[in-house]
Design a protein around this ligand. Structure first.
Ligand code: G6P
Length: 438
C-alpha cells in the first residue's frame, strides 16, 4: 500500500482528487493520504470534510493534514503537487494587470503566466527540497502551474530531482475529441503530439486497430471547434465554452494538425483582449463558482457530520494521476504525454527545451518517444516561446530585471518592449514578497 502526500491540500481540487483515489483503490491501494498546505486554516476545512467522507467510504484509508513539512513529507511514496502560490487573489492580479495594458490576461500564458511562474518556482523548489530531506525515494507528480516554467526551473535548478511534470489539458481535449466521434473514452485513441506545455499540436490519432481518426476529428473541429453536442462539464462555464469553440479558428491556420486550445492566446491575442471583461476575469469566475461551492459543501459535511448527499463529485478526469503513479510503481510502460527535456526527441529543436511529447513511463521515469523533425511554422513559434520560458527562469535565478523584461518582450502576446516594461513594473509591485528582488 502506498502513502501519498497532496501538496496544496487546501486546493478546491483536493476533494475531487481524493474521491478519485478512493475509486481506484483496487488498482492503486493506499495506506495514508497526507495533506500539506502553508495555509493551515484553509486546508483544515477541506481535511475535516474529507475525513468524514473517508470514514464513510473507505475507513481503511488514513488521512492526516499538516502545515509541518516533516509530518507531511516523511515516509511517503508519491507527492502530488498542485500548489497555487498567492492563491486566487494573486491569480486575479495576473489576469487583470496585463488587461489594463491591453494585453491577454491569463494565468499560464503571456505576462500572467510569467508572473505566476516567478511565484511558483519558489514553492515547487521548496517542496522538492523537503522531499529530498524526508522521503528521498519519493516521486513528485507535478501538475502545478504554470507547468512550462515550473518544468524548466526544476530541470535547471534541481536537475536530479525525481519529478514528473504532467498537464491535464491534452487529456481534457482528448476526452472531448473521443466523445465527438462517438468513442467511449480517450483511452481508445493512440496519439502523436508535440509542443511545449499549453502550446502543442496533435499530428496523428488512431484507434487501437490503427485506423486513422484524424479526418473525422478535424471535420468536427472545422465546424464546432472542440465543442460537444451534449455539453461537457467544463463547457457549462462560459469561458471554457468559448475556448473550445475558438479552437476552430486556431486549427484553421494549420489544417493538418489539431491544436491545444491555449494556442488561441498566442495566435488571436487581439480577439482575446476584445472579448475579456477587464473587471471580471476567470479568477473571479472561479472564486464565485468552484471555490464557493467546494468550501460550502465541505462546511455542510462538517456541520452535518456526514457526507451523505454531498454534491462534491469525483474528478475522474484526474485519474491520469493514478495511471502515472501506477506506471512508476508497477513499471507499466504506459504511453502518456509528459513534459520532459527534449534531448533530441524533436530532432530540429533545442535539446534542453522542456517539451510535451509522448513517453513510455516505467519505474525509471519517462522514456521519450522520438518525434523527428517538426515544420517551420510550429518550430518558429516554439522557439520564441521557449525563449520566454528560459529567460523567465534565468531572471529568477539571477534576479535580473533585464532578463524578465526580455522574457515579456519576447512573448507573442505583448506588442512592444514599452508595453512589456509597463506591465513588468506593475507586476513587480503586485508581487512584492512573492518574487525574488530584481
Ligand atoms: C486546465 C489546465 C490547467 C489549469 C486549469 C485552470 O485544467 O490544464 O493548467 O490550471 O485548466 O482551470 P480553472 O478552472 O481554474 O480556470
Amino acid at each position: 500500500k502506498f502513502n501519498i502526500s497532496i501538496a496544496g491540500g487546501g486546493s478546491t481540487f483536493t476533494p475531487g482528487i481524493i474521491l478519485m483515489l478512493l475509486d481506484h483503490l483496487e488498482d492503486f491501494p493506499i495506506d495514508t493520504i497526507k495533506l500539506y498546505d502553508n495555509d493551515g486554516e484553509r486546508q483544515q476545512t477541506i481535511a475535516d470534510a474529507c475525513e468524514i467522507l473517508l470514514k464513510e467510504r473507505a475507513p481503511e484509508v488514513k488521512l492526516l493534514a499538516s502545515t509541518d513539512p516533516k509530518v507531511a513529507f516523511e515516509n511517503v511514496d508519491f507527492v502530488m503537487a498542485h500548489i497555487r502560490v498567492g492563491k486566487y487573489a494573486m491569480r486575479e492580479q495576473d489576469e487583470k494587470i496585463p488587461l489594463r495594458h491591453g494585453v491577454v490576461g491569463q494565468e499560464t500564458c503571456g505576462p500572467g503566466g510569467i508572473a505566476y511562474g516567478m511565484r511558483s518556482i519558489t514553492g515547487v523548489l521548496e517542496i522538492i527540497d523537503y522531499m529530498e530531506k524526508y522521503s528521498p525515494d519519493a516521486w513528485m507528480l507535478n501538475y502545478s502551474n504554470p507547468a512550462a516554467i515550473v518544468a524548466e526551473a526544476t530541470r535547471k535548478l534541481r536537475p536530479n530531482s525525481k519529478i514528473l511534470n504532467i498537464c491535464d489539458m491534452p487529456i481534457g481535449i482528448e476526452e472531448l475529441m473521443a466523445s465527438n466521434i462517438g468513442l467511449s473514452s480517450r483511452k481508445e485513441m493512440v496519439v502523436k503530439y508535440y509542443g511545449l506545455n499549453h502550446f502543442g499540436w496533435w499530428t496523428d490519432i488512431r484507434d487501437k486497430s490503427g485506423k486513422d481518426l484524424m479526418p473525422e476529428i478535424i471535420k468536427h473541429v472545422e465546424q464546432h471547434g472542440y465543442a460537444t453536442d451534449t455539453g461537457s462539464d467544463m463547457e457549462k462555464e462560459a469561458s471554457w465554452s468559448d475556448t473550445f469553440k475558438k479552437a476552430r479558428d486556431v486549427q484553421a491556420i494549420d489544417k493538418d494538425t489539431l491544436p491545444n486550445t491555449y494556442l488561441k492566446y498566442y495566435l488571436y491575442p487581439d480577439y482575446e483582449v476584445a472579448h475579456s471583461n477587464k473587471e471580471y476575469t476567470r479568477a473571479n469566475e472561479v472564486m464565485a463558482g468552484r471555490e464557493k461551492f467546494v468550501f460550502t459543501e465541505c462546511e455542510n459535511i462538517i456541520n452535518k457530520g456526514t457526507a451523505e448527499g454531498t454534491e462534491l463529485t469525483i474528478d475522474e478526469h484526474a485519474s491520469y494521476i493514478v495511471d502515472l503513479a501506477r506506471a512508476i510503481a508497477f513499471n507499466t510502460k504506459e504511453r502518456m504525454l509528459m513534459i520532459v527535456e527534449n534531448k533530441g526527441a524533436i530532432s530540429n529543436f533545442e535539446p534542453t527545451a522542456m517539451v510535451e511529447i509522448p513517453c513510455l513511463v516505467g519505474s525509471e521515469g519517462p522514456e521519450p518517444l522520438s518525434v523527428g523533425e517538426i515544420p517551420r511554422f510550429q518550430k518558429s513559434l516554439m522557439e520564441q516561446q521557449v525563449g520566454v520560458e528560459k529567460l523567465t527562469v534565468e531572471a529568477y535565478e539571477e534576479q535580473s530585471y533585464q532578463k524578465l523584461w526580455q522574457a515579456l518582450t519576447l512573448s507573442r502576446t505583448i506588442p512592444s518592449a514599452k508595453v512589456a516594461k509597463d506591465i513588468l513594473d506593475d507586476l513587480i509591485e503586485a508581487n512584492k514578497g512573492y518574487w525574488p528582488d530584481l
